[in-house]
Design a protein around this ligand. Structure first.
Ligand code: NAP
Length: 265
């Protein structure tokens, strides 16, 4: 079994990336994807790709068995009030709205649909998201369907809902933290003589390679660090200087600060 049609309500940064990524992956043809979008320019942009776009969210929701809610948190209630009549027990409702809990989503759906709360990250725009999935749904088959859909857009894991704040910090805010590390490397690279574009290219490829090694061989990062850390060498000198200045500690403190803020919201 697979998802045969898909409606995305809110074709902004995230919703638009989901539509584009699903088309690009070939998982669904554009003709099986529908969007609800208030702006004509957005509708025209997606219609030119073969997606059917509706100004009326209810009409858009009517077209599919799987609906993704990708509007801003402040727009959620209004949109749910509009699409609720089109929801039913056999429909899957996936929300990527930050901070929208499963219980609330289930209530907003009129206690009808199979609801999922997802946290993707912005690399969904290049089909490299880390997407965390929480649900109260019991059917493994339905969970697999949602996972398979988002596996087209990167990697997925299923987590308990009470881990959502941690997941948001590590895998969603984490993009910004990795990019800030990249920016720092670039600034160092420029001081050592590379032009900005060259420093950026070298930094990005180096980070990509390091991440790919962890993903492919599953080694602990320290195992890979040991391979490049010659005794009395250059790498360990740089690493120790970074640690003396609080490198690991500042990252952990930053993560915990963000987590505490996420938990308070
Ligand atoms: N950005 C992230 O890193 C990230 C990560 C995970 C989750 N999220 C969540 O994803 C959701 C979307 O974020 P985003 O960054 O994609 O925001 P966004 O770019 O502002 O997208 C929201 C879209 O919803 C549209 N919209 C507004 N009212 C609507 C309505 N009544 N019916 C249908 N569409 C409507 C907006 O259209 P107009 O532009 O025409 O108003 C816009 O295209 C948010 O809830 C956010 O919390 C974001």
């Amino acid at each position: 079994m697979k998802i045969n049609n898909l409606t995305v309500i809110g074709a902004g940064n995230m919703g638009g990336s989901i539509v584009n990524g699903i088309i690009k992956s070939g998982y669904l043809p554009a003709s099986s994807i529908f969007i609800g979008a208030p702006r004509e320019a957005t509708r025209m942009q997606f219609e030119s790709k073969g997606v059917k776009a509706y100004e009326d969210d209810r009409q858009a929701a009517k077209q599919s068995d799987t609906i993704i809610l990708a509007v801003k948190p402040s727009q959620t209630k209004m949109v749910m009030d509009i699409i609720r009549p089109e929801l039913s027990e056999d429909k899957i409702l996936i929300s990527i709205v930050s901070g929208l809990y499963l219980d609330k989503l289930y209530d907003l759906s009129g206690k009808k649909s199979k609801v999922f709360r997802l946290m993707p990250n912005t690399a969904i725009s290049i089909q490299e998201s880390m997407t965390c999935i929480a649900t109260n749904e019991k059917s493994e088959e339905t969970i697999s369907l949602v996972q398979e859909l988002f596996d087209q857009l990167g990697k997925t894991i299923v987590i308990p809902e009470d881990m959502m704040s941690s997941a948001t910090v590590l895998a969603s805010c984490g993009t910004a933290y990795a990019l800030r590390y990249a920016r720092a490397c670039m600034e160092g690279g420029i001081e050592m003589g590379f032009k900005a574009d060259m420093a950026q290219f070298m930094t990005a490829q180096t980070i990509k390679g390091a991440a790919q090694m962890l993903l492919e061989n599953g080694n602990h990062p320290e195992q890979e660090i040991d391979k490049v850390s010659t005794p009395k060498g250059i790498t360990i000198s740089g690493l120790n200087e970074m640690e003396h200045n609080g490198f690991s500690s500042s990252i952990i403190k930053g993560l915990i600060s963000a987590y505490n803020k996420a938990e308070k919201k």
